[in-house]
Design a protein around this ligand. Structure first.
Ligand code: DGJ
Length: 725
């Protein structure tokens, strides 16, 4: 058992391979947070958990002490805790005080799934243990079950919260976060991943200070703008040194996360569904399940925290056959043709792709309805016979004849006002009666809180998938919610729409994905606007960004790797000048950057010169060899683009035998000094062959002295393939 319980003193010690998370019931009533950090067997609880009197925070239950000081596990703002609460509710008499006291616990081997929500999982009960602690508001009959899973071999604690109305009256839940951690001090920097379309998940790091520092999304999606991830790290934390506490929400909709530093410099961190535009009516007997939060502590720096997330997500979040299978190298026509294609063009691209060794031809937007631009037809998932006279099945067949797979783009959650679907069901989109339906990219969001809308999506998408040999689906989503309202909900339940939408989306995805187990699904939202673990549960990879410029991608892929594995990141070589940044980079650098993700090409393959074709063939062959370990490797970030002109990272297989590293220099510097690739995590005493160069070095030499890298010109890259001898 990875959870040790002191029955007498009600102390709960959750243990992973090298961490502990400890709670204690104080005064027989209140669940206090005691410790989260390096593994501890039996700490002296008097020493570990301290409470103090604070002026102007009235003495109360633990006289002369106060709840304003106590580190709490799931605070409600009750009594004299003036810090931000984890939960708020409105009772039928108009009162809002929630007081949760300890009721009991349940311990079980393994990890139960979450009804209707994505979550990490175990394959055998021996992989993890789960502790459920029940708290109850005895005055109002509201029960809160805090669920904690400790993985034995991965340093992860997952949490979720279920609220049950055990009273005879209605309770309106107004806030319910998935995890709260009260730290005894605030000597942390906070790392977040803000961005925008085309600039997703850049890294920001800043010292936390008094008051609330919050990130979140109110866009109805996890968003490009802020990812549902943050870390609190010790001030001295680097990639390989110091403490790092990571928080990530397995959810794809509105979220809130942050930290509050209080008057005595404690800090309260949280992550969960955003309470903005949220409320949930619990009638007598009803329950509400909040999403899962994944918490990782690393005492060995930020890099170790990331690798822990990567491992968990690769092995116990992503599902289906592509969890363990090599991902195909794809060619996507989007940046090559945009809407201007026909069957002949796509078949030509597929022929070329096959000749280059590419394994999958993906047809992007524009194959359905009357869609020759982005102004119409979303929702009408019927092939455009003018462009594709033999239908999708005819096209797929022709592509398959070259010995490669065929993939197709959908944007199932959307409807164009100019579409047959909208004309038939104008009330199926999110809208407020009597107000403008604000369009974004000439489209509206379908109301997935409605069952009939979800059924329509499952049926129309499945019909296309079942009629043709489709091996891959790109699932896009190109706008955020606005003017929130659902014609399917009565006035009292309107604020439930954003979360009901997510439940509908997850249900749709589950139905489509589970009935098409051989299809590789890649999610997308205007690039990486919904790059979160919620979606990864259904679709093992995500299009990282619409920005395909190799330099910009260094930042985006580096930032994304703080939490998400390489195998989750779609990365393609595109044309130059780049369509987003206008920059011209070498084919080599574009290839080297894309090879650090799920590799592909997104350009008009017919435009390659013979020389370029030879280079592309070599890249494709190189990636086929690399992906056998890179997609499942431990990633080490070595030099950060956010800190200078160079970027370096390294992938090492779990057995330590295969290494791939890449070093990039953005701008040329005359007399700019020596550049060295210094490898990490090798075996000092072992010997490594530098593949392709007929050279052998010791691990110590590669790590301590490194290999000199010479560059000429802007936008340069160099890759290294090592094999342990
Ligand atoms: C946005 C995606 O991110 C692009 O890759 C492309 O699929 C377009 N949508 C198509 O409309």
């Amino acid at each position: 058992m990875s959870i040790i319980i002191d029955e007498k003193n009600l102390i709960f010690n959750l243990q992973t391979k090298s961490t502990s998370y400890i709670m204690k019931v104080a005064e027989d009533k209140y669940l206090a947070h005691v410790y989260w950090g390096k593994k501890m067997e039996n700490p002296d609880m008097e020493n570990a958990q301290i409470n103090r009197w604070i002026g102007f925070s009235p003495a109360e239950w633990c006289k002369p002490l106060t709840r304003d000081f106590l580190c709490q596990e799931y605070p409600t703002g009750c009594g004299t805790d003036y810090r931000i609460p984890a939960i708020s509710a409105l009772y039928d008499d108009g009162s809002r005080t929630v007081e949760l006291v300890y009721e009991g616990y349940k311990l079980m081997a393994g990890k139960p799934g979450l009804q209707g929500l994505p979550a990490t999982y175990v394959e055998s009960d021996s992989e993890a243990d789960t502790l459920e602690i029940t708290l109850k508001d005895n005055v109002k009959g509201m029960k809160v079950v805090l669920s904690y899973t400790a993985y034995n071999e991965i340093d992860v604690i997952t949490r979720n919260v279920k609220v049950i109305n055990e009273s005879n009256a209605r309770i309106v839940l107004e806030k319910v976060v998935s995890a709260n951690v009260d730290f005894e001090d605030s000597k942390f920097d906070m790392i977040t991943l803000p961005g925008a379309w085309g600039r997703e998940r850049h890294i920001e790091r800043a010292a936390i200070r008094s008051g609330i520092q919050e990130i979140g999304s109110r866009r109805g999606a996890s968003s490009h703008q802020l990812n549902p991830f943050f870390a609190l790290v010790s001030k001295n934390a680097t990639e390989d040194y110091g403490d790092a506490y990571g928080f990530n929400l397995v959810y794809s909709g509105n979220f809130t996360a942050g930290v509050e530093v209080d008057q005595v410099f404690k800090s309260r961190a949280w992550i969960g569904i955003n309470d903005y535009d949220f409320s949930w009516i619990l009638e007598a007997g009803d329950s509400f399940q909040a999403p899962e939060a994944v918490m990782v502590y690393s005492s060995k720096g930020i890099g170790q925290m990331s690798r822990t997330y990567h491992k968990l997500y690769r092995k116990r979040l992503v599902r289906g056959k592509y969890r363990d299978e090599a991902r195909p190298i794809l060619a996507n026509n989007w940046e090559g043709t945009y809407f201007d294609f026909d069957e002949e063009k796509i078949v030509g691209l597929a022929r070329e792709a096959a000749d280059l060794g590419i394994e999958l031809m993906v047809l992007d937007d524009g194959w359905f309805g009357k869609r020759n631009s982005d102004t119409c037809s979303l929702g009408d998932w019927v092939v455009n016979k003018e462009k594709l006279p033999n239908g999708i099945s005819g096209l797929a067949k022709k592509v398959n004849e070259f010995g490669i797979k065929f993939g197709l783009w959908f944007e199932p959650e959307m409807v164009s006002p100019d579409s047959d679907l909208y004309r038939a069901h104008p009330d199926w989109c999110i809208h407020v009666p009597g107000r403008d339906r604000t369009e974004c990219r000439w489209q509206l969001t379908l109301d997935l809180s409605r069952k009939e809308v979800c059924d329509y999506i499952v049926e129309s998408v499945s019909k296309v998938l079942d009629e043709a040999n489709i091996g891959y689906v790109k699932w896009d989503m190109n706008r955020h919610m606005s003017m929130l309202g659902s014609a399917g909900l009565d006035s009292e339940h309107q604020k439930e729409m954003p979360h009901r939408y997510m439940l509908g989306l997850y249900d749709v995805m589950e139905r489509i994905v589970s009935s098409h187990p051989d299809v590789l699904f890649e999610s997308c939202s205007g690039g990486g606007g919904r790059f979160d673990p919620g979606i990864l549960y259904y679709m093992p990879q995500t299009w990282t960004s619409d920005d395909t410029d190799a330099v910009e991608r260094l930042y985006i892929q580096y930032g994304t790797s703080l939490c998400y594995p390489t195998s989750a990141m779609g990365a393609h070589v595109s044309a130059v000048p780049n369509h987003q940044a206008g920059r011209v980079t070498s084919l080599k650098m574009r290839g080297d950057v894309a090879m650090s993700g799920n590799f592909g090409y997104e350009l008009d393959l017919m435009k390659f010169t013979d020389e370029e074709k030879a280079e592309v063939k070599a890249q494709v062959a190189q990636y086929k060899e690399l992906r056998t370990f890179v997609q499942a490797a431990d990633m080490y970030r070595i030099e950060s683009p956010f800190e200078g002109n160079t970027t370096a990272w390294q992938f090492i297989s779990e057995d330590g035998k295969d290494i791939f590293a890449a070093y990039f220099r953005i701008l040329a510097k005359v007399n700019g000094g020596i550049y060295r690739m210094k490898f990490v995590a090798l075996d000092e005493n072992a010997k490594y062959e530098l593949v392709g160069e007929d050279k052998v070095y010791t691990g110590a030499e590669l790590m301590n002295i490194g290999l000199v890298v010479d560059f000429w010109g802007d936008y340069q890259s160099r890759t290294f393939r090592l094999k342990k001898i």
